[in-house]
Design a protein. Structure first.
Length: 161
């Protein structure tokens, strides 16, 4: 791709469909050719191709919601909101699930959405002021102290790998 995401298209079908005609210099009716520019059509096609090829498994930095946080139970909801605020303060889009659903169900939902980093918070994590971070790519679970969480995630998301 040469960096341009627009196309100029010649349409021979629309004049026929809409019975568009003009009178030429000889006074005869002729069908025109419609020429139009598609500024955003190419971007949409590019995104469609990217999603089809990657099956929605987007790079971390491109994922619309790169971080998701799941609470183990309702008592952890305030701690989850605190984590979400840390992420939002660093301009990281985050999905929070503090519902009464099981952690397994929350994780399944996040995996289905191919969220790059899933944070899980239970009583143990809250008591130790740390977070369990699961990376989608390698499945590795890392325990990160709360004070280091924002820097850890920002570093991961800034890598254009």
């Amino acid at each position: 791709m040469d960096g341009h995401l627009f196309t100029i298209q010649f349409d021979f079908n629309l004049p026929e469909r809409f019975d568009v005609q003009y009178t030429n210099e000889q006074g005869e009716f002729e069908r025109p050719v419609i020429m139009h520019q598609a500024m955003y059509g190419s971007i949409e096609r590019w995104l469609g191709i990217l999603l089809e090829v990657s099956q929605g498994n987007l790079p971390d930095w491109l994922h619309p919601v790169p971080v998701a946080i799941a609470s183990v139970n309702e008592s952890n909801s305030q701690f989850v909101r605190q984590l979400a605020a840390l992420c939002l303060a660093r301009d990281m889009r985050v999905l929070v699930d503090i519902s009464q659903n099981s952690v397994a169900r929350k994780m399944k939902r996040f995996h289905k959405q191919k969220v790059p980093y899933i944070l899980t918070v239970g009583d143990k994590e809250e008591a130790e002021n740390r977070v369990s971070v699961k990376c989608r790519k390698d499945g590795v679970i890392t325990y990160i102290p709360l004070a280091e969480l924002a820097d850890y995630l920002a570093d991961k998301l800034e890598r254009k790998l």
